[in-house]
Design a protein around this ligand. Structure first.
Ligand SMILES: Cc1cc2nc3c(=O)[nH]c(=O)nc-3n(C[C@H](O)[C@H](O)[C@H](O)COP(=O)(O)OP(=O)(O)OC[C@H]3O[C@@H](n4cnc5c(N)ncnc54)[C@H](O)[C@@H]3O)c2cc1C
Length: 635
């Protein structure tokens, strides 16, 4: 019997040694005092391990063999309702029988109460088997978790401090329905004229005289959007344009009449015809005065959305790793069998090089993914604990909020780097898998082409690669502006370590960290430089206000925006190297991986640094000239 968990040494490393489970499991299990829970850390880890091993077998033996069939049949419409492929339906029936939908949900709500880190490892196993199964699986537990999180956040979840368990939560009925596998949800953001630009959203939330909310507008590209429970972001404040006028809602798209019939409250317009993810239903839905419930406070929709967006992006990171594993193992197997010019193609230098890069990328990405998942979960669980605390403003709660902020900073740094790098490398790895298969890769016979079709959406959904780049760049420049001394100190330390660290491998990592900081410094100098040149045209009395206030992102940050994605790739490699270096200190057997990753990352980082610091002026001049010409024409 095959097993996608047990056959993966790198994943096993994290489970056995690479994750510091103690603080996390103590939070998850309320210091091992929750009823029905494990007595201690060993028992908890033993149960997670059994669970992962069982799911590894399910993924390998029952899901992966159906992937081609699922891709061929695809999700489709029957009598106005969406249907998953028959093989997917059978898999989800098995998942229901095994009670896997509530993996990371609290025991008292019918879940298994595993950490999210375990949930993400499961996501990787499912994605390696079939990407569509993984995405749909996530829209049961993911939406249930989101509802619980929002309820805790707004204060509508009650917690018994003596029993250490939840005794009431606003969306208990919906959460139980999703855990049971009887319904699932979706996250409804995108509209025909608003994707990356959420400030342009137009779907409306309106309140009637009795105070009831209704939604009107169309949402498109919704993964598993044929489901029942829609978390929808909509505009409620007509007088507030942009992001501050948005609120978050829960709306049921249909209700069952108890006699096998269904009354639709929102229309299922269509399923998109896509190039990949065929087994996943991607729906367009129209709300027309559809009843909805407000989540949290009015006008707080964008902020609430952001609270969970990191989680979704970590999920895409693990999804990408699953796909990379599938591509690498498929290509490695083929390259060992296929012979050309007297030897297996795996022994030809260029093919061996591609396989080596694929393997190294997976391990580097997994290091970053586990880091993101770990800090994100610690941050969320600590915030939750503080909110459920008996005295929300007490010293203990304040300490918890401080801790959560610290964890959150680490998660926020790592997550956009993961989303950007993992998504782009999944595409790259899947393309290499096709290339290694030669002509056979271009046919449907081996499934390499399916992997590439599935991978191509990863740099698009949950925030495109360009949007991740902008977030990374914004955080980097804001950090530098807030604390220029801290930045310069960090740069000096990296340069010093690059010269003086005892271990040569640490010197190499520090040199690349220095390159990352130097690229950020260059972007800052270009940004401020443009502003300083602008000052020359104005009276010195205006300099202070013109320099410190009045920033126009389109004009002042153009150079930084041009290089934002490159900066993300460079900082992503540096982040991975720093995590691996830290691992080597505790686990010397990880040194071989660090050396292998460095060998790949060094020329890449040099090149990215060179690009960031030497090019871009010509294009920006042309863009500015084009914009002035457009303005002239308009006048
Ligand atoms: C299979 C699939 C599943 C999806 N699932 C969901 C879902 O469950 N829920 C949901 O709400 N949405 C979902 N989406 C939608 C997805 O999140 C959006 O497609 C994505 O956010 C991009 O928006 P857009 O398509 O409108 O592209 P646009 O925003 O129009 O972007 C087009 C291009 O311009 C770039 N761009 C835009 N603005 C900038 C900028 N300021 N600087 C630089 N470049 C920029 C983008 O990076 C992109 O390359 C899904 C999409 C697909 C294909």
């Amino acid at each position: 019997m095959a097993n996608f968990f047990e056959d993966n040494d790198d994943l096993l490393f994290y489970f056995e040694r690479g994750v510091d489970w103690a603080p996390l499991v103590a939070l998850v299990e309320h210091d091992f005092q929750s009823p029905g829970g494990p007595a201690d850390l060993d028992e908890a880890r033993g149960t997670y391990r059994d669970m992962l091993s069982m799911i590894g077998e399910l993924a390998a033996d029952e899901i992966a063999p159906k992937a081609a069939e699922i891709d061929r049949e695809g999700a489709h419409m029957v009598d106005g309702e969406a249907r998953l492929p028959a093989a997917s339906e059978a898999i989800f029936q098995r998942i229901r029988e095994l009670d896997l939908h509530g993996l990371a949900l609290p025991r008292e709500l019918g879940g298994f109460n595993a950490p999210m880190v375990v949930h993400f490892m499961v996501a990787e196993l499912f994605a390696r088997a079939d990407n569509s199964v993984m995405t749909h699986y996530n829209f049961h537990s993911g939406i249930a978790l989101a509802l619980l999180f929002y309820s805790i956040h707004e204060g509508s979840t009650r917690f018994d401090h003596d029993q250490k368990q939840i005794i009431g939560t606003r969306f208990a009925a919906q959460i139980r329905e999703m855990i049971a596998g009887d319904a699932w949800g979706s996250m409804d953001i995108t509209e025909p004229d608003a994707g990356s630009d959420m400030a342009a959203l137009t779907c409306r939330g309106e309140q009637d005289e009795a105070g009831r909310w209704h939604l009107t507008g169309q949402k498109i590209f919704l993964t598993s959007g044929h489901g029942k429970h829609h978390i929808v972001i909509a505009r409620t404040e007509a007088d507030k344009p942009g992001l501050s006028g948005l609120s978050l809602f829960l709306a049921a798209a249909y209700e069952d009449d108890g006699a096998g019939g269904r009354r639709r409250l929102a229309a299922l317009d269509r399923l998109e015809e896509k190039i990949g993810h065929h087994g996943s239903a991607t729906a367009a839905v129209t709300f027309d005065r559809t009843p909805a419930e407000l989540l949290g406070a009015r006008g707080d929709g964008f902020r609430l959305m952001l609270l969970l967006m990191n989680n979704a992006r970590v999920g895409v990171g693990f999804e990408a790793i699953g796909l990379c594993e599938a591509a690498y193992r498929l290509a490695r197997g083929y390259a060992a069998e296929r012979r050309s010019m007297g030897k297996p193609i795996a022994r030809h230098e260029m093919i061996a090089d591609m396989l080596d890069e694929m393997r190294t990328d997976i391990q580097g990405l997994r290091a970053l993914a586990i880091e993101s998942a770990y800090w994100e979960e610690l941050q969320q669980r600590t915030t939750t604990k503080a909110r459920l605390h008996r005295e929300p403003e007490g010293d203990d709660a304040r300490r918890l909020h401080r801790e959560a902020r610290r964890y959150g900073e680490r998660a926020r740094r790592a997550t956009p780097l993961l989303k950007l790098l993992a998504a782009e490398r999944a595409v790259d790895s899947c393309r290499k898998a096709i290339q290694i298969h030669g002509g056979a890769g271009y046919t449907r016979e081996y499934g390499a082409e399916r992997l590439l079709r599935d991978a191509l959406v990863l740099p698009i959904y949950e925030g495109t690669s360009q949007i991740q780049g902008l977030m990374i760049m914004k955080d980097s420049l804001t950090g530098m502006m807030r604390n220029p001394q801290g930045f310069l100190r960090e740069l000096a330390q990296a340069r010093w370590r690059a010269l003086s660290a005892r271990d040569p491998i640490e010197r190499r990592v520090a040199r690349l960290a220095g390159l990352g900081l130097s690229a950020q410094q260059h972007l800052m100098q270009k940004t401020v430089g443009a502003k300083l040149r602008e000052l020359g045209k104005h009276s010195p009395t205006e300099w202070s206000t013109r320099l410190l206030g009045n920033w126009d992102p389109k004009r002042d940050f153009a150079y930084a925006m041009l290089h934002a994605e490159r900066l993300g790739r460079l900082l992503g490699d540096v982040a991975i190297l720093e995590i691996l270096l830290e691992q080597v200190r505790r686990h010397p057997d990880r040194r071989e991986l660090l050396e292998r990753y460095l060998d790949r990352a060094e020329p890449r980082c040099n090149f990215l640094h060179e690009e960031i610091t030497t090019r871009g002026d010509r294009l920006l001049r042309e863009l500015r000239a084009g914009a002035s010409a457009e303005l002239d024409a308009a006048e």
